[in-house]
Write a protein that binds this ligand. Sequence first.
Ligand SMILES: NC(=O)C1=CN([C@@H]2O[C@H](COP(=O)(O)OP(=O)(O)OC[C@H]3O[C@@H](n4cnc5c(N)ncnc54)[C@H](OP(=O)(O)O)[C@@H]3O)[C@@H](O)[C@H]2O)C=CC1
Ligand SMILES: O=C(O)[C@@H]1CCC=N1
Length: 282
Amino acid sequence: MTTVEDRSLPAVAVLGAGSMGGAILQGLVVSGLPTGGITATNRTRAKADALAGLAGVTSVALEEQPSGNTDAAGSAGIILVGVKPAMVPDLLSEIRPALRPGAVVVSLAAGVTIATFESVLGEGARVLRSMPNTPAVVGKAVTGLAAGAGADADDVAMVTRLFETVGAVLQVPEEQIDPLSTISGSGPAYVFLLVEALASAAVGKGFTPEQARLMAEQTFIGASALLDASGEEAAELRRRVTSPKGTTERAVAVLQGAHLDALFAEATDAALARARELAAGA
Ligand SMILES: NC(=O)C1=CN([C@@H]2O[C@H](COP(=O)(O)OP(=O)(O)OC[C@H]3O[C@@H](n4cnc5c(N)ncnc54)[C@H](OP(=O)(O)O)[C@@H]3O)[C@@H](O)[C@H]2O)C=CC1
Ligand SMILES: O=C(O)[C@@H]1CCC=N1
């Protein structure tokens, strides 16, 4: 039988707890999974203050405590690297001398390869690459996870456990992390863009911005909840809205005529191209 102790995590450091690192932090805290302590670092006091109220979290502002990253990394069993991709190598160089033997370093960064992590941390470093998304805040993330050669099965199980506190986890080979990022990593932005566009269409039909926002947002929230609760595929739920010879049919025909699938293929290809630029340090 699995006990609470079996599922607990060691001390966790989130270095760069902004939109993404902060989302994981919040989800982890809400999950109640026991840890050996959680420390978050950011450069500014304003960012640190935003997380300071989270139960059990020590939130450090590097502008006041310049050794915050090395202090946190040196006492952690799991280190989440949540800074912007271009900042990753400098951060790794900074924390390398402080890392405890056996510490597991987990990237959140788009594009940056495990090879880049190993080139700074040394061969044999326990590295995993993750690609979560911001619904982690409400425990509804999708996280892609790929392990480097230095990470063993226990490391992978431990990091999987961490990300399962904030949603679903998909283990993939590293070469699929960037493609996955173009779907689920960036995906929440596509959904929010569609909400904005639907609200804008409502304003165009004479509704107030408040009415438009309510209609568009609640339609997405309701449809997502239905998708979740029904267990049906999206195509079947769409069919149930689309009465033969009815109004929805006309609207869907317009959207399909605009080749929405090709547009998403093009958009995700553009995201993938950018991930490759980031991998090259651009
Ligand atoms: N946003 C998303 O949906 C997703 C992001 N990611 C990845 O997550 C990473 C962060 O992105 P995101 O959260 O959007 O960016 P943010 O800018 O919101 O977060 C980055 C944070 O890092 C802090 N920071 C900067 N320098 C340091 C440093 N030297 N040490 C510690 N903290 C530092 C910043 O603090 P301050 O502002 O005080 O300077 C900031 O809060 C990126 O690598 C991105 O690719 C991955 C999946 C999804
Ligand atoms: O836009 C970005 O680069 C990050 C990675 C996926 C989502 N946000």
